[in-house]
Design a protein around this ligand. Sequence first.
Ligand code: NI
Length: 226
Amino acid sequence: MLLQIPDLLTADEIRHARQLLADAPWADGRDSAGPQAATVKNNQQLPHDAPAARAIRQLVLAGVERHPLLLAAALPKRIFTPRINRYGGATSCYGAHVDNAIRFTAEGERVRTDVSCTVFLSEPGDYDGGELQVQDTYGSRGVKLPAGHAVLYPGTSVHQVTPVTRGHRLACFFWIESMVRSDEQRRLLFDLDMALMRLRERHGETDEAVSLTGTYHNLLRMWADT
Ligand code: NI
């Protein structure tokens, strides 16, 4: 499932992040890529321990925690340390690749990459190209969102970032290990959750809504690995 997450970060937080990145110590993005991905990856990333990376990471993780749509769609169990990257100039693209299924944090903790998330830190007008393209069963979908917005996409997908031909594209990305491993089951839970929300908006609390909420939680109990 490809899902837009509007306003993960506020306009103030984006301004702050952009200031932090103005003179950040960018490094070669291939440092964190698996063998296949490294052959097509050509961007820059901030080292995990750079002060700007730490600060932006905190902003993003706080945004995740307060965003009900993201939480409902991803059902996070663990989040892999968010990274900040930059595309532009001679390091401007990331060809078609798949992400490694398992990532290791600095502390050696394993995180399964069920759901990928990209948070856009640049405005679309700041650069040309730089579209995130995600392949799914319907073909390839292009995503380029306003600063502060994010996109969730399945960790299982082949995806790429097309070349940035003008300006720079700043983004933060991370992976989520979901309590519910299966994309299909997660999708069913999300659809039920959203339908229940709309049902309550329209009719208020009803016996039927309570009963279906029970079904939601019983499915989550059956499928979730906590
Ligand atoms: Ni990737």
